[in-house]
Design a protein around this ligand. Sequence first.
Ligand SMILES: Cc1ncc(C[n+]2csc(CCOP(=O)(O)OP(=O)(O)O)c2C)c(N)n1
Length: 573
Amino acid sequence: MTPSPSRLAGHALVEALIAQGVTTAFGVPGESYLAVLDGFHEHRDRIRFVACRQEGGAAFMAEAQGKLSGRPGICFVTRGPGATNASIGVHTAFQDSTPLVLFIGQVASDQRDREAFQELDYRQMLGPGTLGMAKWVGEVHSADRLPEYVARAFHTALQGRPGPVVLALPEDMLTQRTAAPVLPKVLPAQAWPAPGALRDVRARLLAAERPIMIVGGSGWDAEACLALQRFAENWQLPVGCAFRFQDTFDNRHPLYAGDVGIAINPRLAQRIREADLVLAVGARLGEMTTGGYALLDVPRPLQQLIHVHAGAEELGRVYAADLLLQASMACAAKALETLAAPSSVPWAEHAAAAHQDYLANLEAPPVAPLDMAVVVKTLTRRCPPDTVYTNGAGNFAGWMHRYIRHPGLQLNGRTQLAPTSGAMGYGVPAAVAASLLYPQRTVVNIAGDGDFLMTGQELTTAIGYGAGKGRGKLISLVVDNGTYGTIRMHQEREYPGRVSGSELFNPDFAALARAYGWNAERVERTEAFEPALERALQAPGPTLLHLKLDIDVSTTRTTLSAIRRAALAAKST
Ligand SMILES: Cc1ncc(C[n+]2csc(CCOP(=O)(O)OP(=O)(O)O)c2C)c(N)n1
């Protein structure tokens, strides 16, 4: 490799990112990594640094970048306060298996371990010993070894079960000079399933009567999804998508059975419980996908379980499956596709019925004055089919889970950016990132009134960097029901009538959005939504629609008053 000229380590780091194909990094600046910021200035024609308004927003943007691109999202924050703010993005990337590299400015090496200004030990705070944070935390003490650390960070983030990696950058290291050459772009190794295990999959399928496939997780691309679809078609397998991985399979396909997540279609839940074989491909089978470990008994399900996952450490961790296959998604799907299927299968009617159940679940009785089901269906009818939908956490997301019909990655990549970690505040930054990274695509965020204000300040980042100005539109819907509705729902179930801590005192969201430079409108009735959406789709910049929802409308299926009545009745018996 040709040696590079001597330059600041901060510049070498930016060059290493460019070599990895990174064109955008998100962050909040800090005096701890000025030499890196200078590197971004030096290479501004090839890479941009998007300065966000809070590290939680920046980390969510990088997480969304990882989800959309399949390559590590990149985030830079300063020490202590910056890192603690950004930690929500690390947790989300871990739970969602999203590749991410978080760079944290660190105190100078000669100040370490004195609890110097803003000093933290990131290995302790975010390290692999803390269940569910980073896959690896490194601290770079030698400028000459910086490229090695960056390459390792990318490998670790991408390899096996993808996830977040943290690199701490001591301030004095970043200002050293180094001639270390950048390393080539990291391409993770692909793992193929073993031939014997594949024969076993086929034998178990041939012996099955009511099989079902659950797909999801990260590491998929368009080609892999198409191969998976052909495998499903060859065997006429009904397919459910794991919690918040609803875009892994084309929801319009006749084998699609629905989403296996919170508020799952009860008929699909029953079908999974009654299946004799569950083939889980890529899905982690976490608490949300398994209905609190009840759809599949833990640790030993009643159904036969075949679990295919890219992470060796994930297989057998929770479920004692009948057959484990460690494989990358692309390899798994291509291998499964080659399994010779019989000309007909005994469960073909069962698969067709699963899809009919899914279609029936798209229908719901009307709700007045603002019908969220109609709102979401209007979005899917009026917005381009490859629109990216984003959300954080709250009951409002239930309408998205139930009514958005994702076209599968084969159309134009991921269309669902949603945290399986259940992190509120994810939706706005994820939408801003998606719009900045893919300006030709329309991006729609739906947020609860609680959810929105956790990171709503990133509306100004969108304006600052010109998001939603191109062909693709950027639209945010705030569903204002005046409450942390999910918590209120749980309260009414457990402590009916005793409302505590779940009220919200809201600003005028439309006025707030206008102050940030967005177009904005308030929508109170179902009929007013479509014209407002039309205006948003024609507007030259981003638009926020402030939707006023009756507080009683709790979920896609029930109301707060019905939940309270049922809970009170149960208490009195
Ligand atoms: C960062 C974070 N804090 C707290 C929670 C707990 N939590 C889950 S849903 C929810 C309420 C969401 O309220 P809102 O956004 O208004 O949506 P709604 O449920 O009313 O539709 C809360 C507080 C969480 N999931 N994430």
